[in-house]
Design a protein around this ligand. Structure first.
Ligand code: NAI
Length: 419
């Protein structure tokens, strides 16, 4: 292999493959390297399989449907990558120097190598019954007792779905509340709801070791032991960096990933890093938009993508979703704001759907002013937050949102029903 391209992309996850397809459609010759499966973590062992689990009635159906859904999407991505301007190389792309990757040369390179689960460096973490979300999604038998370490996004999503399947779920979290980046009222409501369903939470509890099927931790100065058939380590993810990055000369760090500027360019001109590997926002849609932005930069196209308006959702049942700063963060920042709330129980569609558990919080500048953030807990929270994301991106006010006609009866009426 010895040729040149306009653009090299390392990694065919949502960041990499979307950038490749977009660049190819714009006329660039692209070489994309992928040594595992196209679609990356999101499609193969992340968002898509977990959502398949959420939307399956039992564990058996989830295990059966997972490979079918993943395979259908993967072959869709392969079709997209069969564009005449794209060469897909099914091996690890290795930096030889700042413009050569495994024999291919290009003036622009995008690193989109993603992230992997961060396993706690504690005794017993290498046990056979201990794994990350990837291993848990590979289980063919439902664990009777599941212990989850970490009540972040992954921990809460798996706690919710495995409890529904019938596992006895225990969650052990170091902090006082789950989901530290989510509005504190919503995080608490979600935890309480899952507790009511039978999940046991140990908060303010740092896991110190695992001994076979026993998870050992300390809570309020007391040693506690929890027995489990499977232990899910959901304590964060780390960027996938590789020693050959040094051949290209850009700055990177094992923990923080590749250092980039506001345009996702490294300190070596023409080399960019997008998605989880730059450690900014570990979200598939963030990676995709970063890739589009980089390709636009390469082509000299100006765009107005608002990376500061980044919606996110947690696919528990019901969902939690948000965009913009939480109430606590706005207070800390000293931003003048007012907060408006509404509840699903007063919404006609929610009642008809028997989905009355939920609330909406909208923060805006005083006097029904510019919308700053939205925090939603309840059925289809992600879709509701998506609507507010559009308003925030366009600089609209709460008044304008209220003056927008909403279809009746819909869940999104919860937005115009805020107090
Ligand atoms: P996380 O950073 O969200 O949560 C990890 C949790 O583990 C924290 O609350 C932390 O306090 C706790 N923890 C750490 N050490 C501990 C110990 N020794 N004992 C007890 N608790 C401990 O990480 P998570 O959930 O693994 O997710 C990784 C990344 O993937 C995140 O950036 C997340 O946003 C992303 N992701 C996003 C999804 C979505 O948008 N729906 C779905 C899945 C992952």
């Amino acid at each position: 292999m010895n040729y040149s391209s306009d653009l090299i992309i390392i990694g065919a996850g949502p960041g990499g493959y979307k950038a490749a397809v977009y660049a190819a459609k714009k006329g660039l010759k692209v070489t994309i390297f992928e040594d595992v499966n196209v679609g990356g973590t999101c499609l193969n062992v992340g968002c898509i399989p977990t959502k398949t689990y959420v939307h399956s009635k039992d564990f058996k159906e989830a295990v059966e449907r997972q490979p079918q859904v993943v395979e259908a999407l993967r072959s869709g991505v392969e079709t997209l990558l069969s564009h005449p301007n794209i060469t897909l190389v099914r091996e690890k792309g290795v930096f030889i120097n700042a413009n050569t990757v495994s024999g291919v040369t290009a003036p622009n390179i995008i690193v989109a190598t993603g992230s992997s689960a961060k396993m706690l460096p504690i005794p017993g973490a290498d046990g056979q019954n201990v794994g990350s979300s990837t291993e848990l999604l590979g289980l063919k038998e439902l664990p009777k007792r599941l212990c989850i370490i970490g009540a972040g996004v992954i921990g809460m999503e798996f706690a919710s779905v495995f409890q529904k399947f019938g596992s006895e779920v225990t969650v052990v979290e170091y902090l006082k509340e789950c989901l530290p980046m989510v509005d504190s009222d919503i995080a608490k409501r979600l935890r309480k709801l899952l507790e009511k369903r039978g999940i046991t939470f140990y908060m303010g509890a740092g896991v110190k070791s695992i001994d076979g099927s026993t998870v050992l931790f300390e809570q309020k100065g007391k040693e506690v032991a929890v027995e489990a058939d499977y232990i899910l380590m959901a304590t964060g993810r780390k960027p996938n960096v590789s020693p050959d990055f040094a051949n290209a000369g850009f700055e990177y760090d094992e923990r923080k990933g590749i250092a980039v500027d506001e345009n996702f360019e490294t300190n070596v001109k023409g080399i960019y890093a997008i998605g989880d590997v730059n450690g900014r926002q570990m979200l598939a849609h963030a990676a995709e938009m970063q890739g589009i932005h980089v390709v636009n930069r390469i082509l000299g196209i100006e765009d107005k993508i608002r990376f500061d308006v980044m919606p996110a959702a947690i696919f528990t049942e019901p969902e939690a979703a948000c965009v913009g700063s939480t109430e606590d963060q706005l207070k800390e920042q000293g931003v003048p704001f007012e907060c408006h709330k509404s509840f699903y129980r007063a919404n006609g569609k929610a009642l008809a759907m028997n989905e009355t558990e939920g609330m909406v919080k909208l923060c805006c500048e005083p006097g029904e002013g510019r919308l700053l953030s939205a925090h939603v807990f309840g059925a289809h929270a992600a879709d509701i937050v998506q609507e507010v994301t559009a308003y925030i991106t366009l600089g609209a006010t709460l008044r304008q949102l209220r003056e927008t006609v909403h279809i009746h009866p819909t869940l999104s009426e919860v937005l115009i029903e805020v107090n």
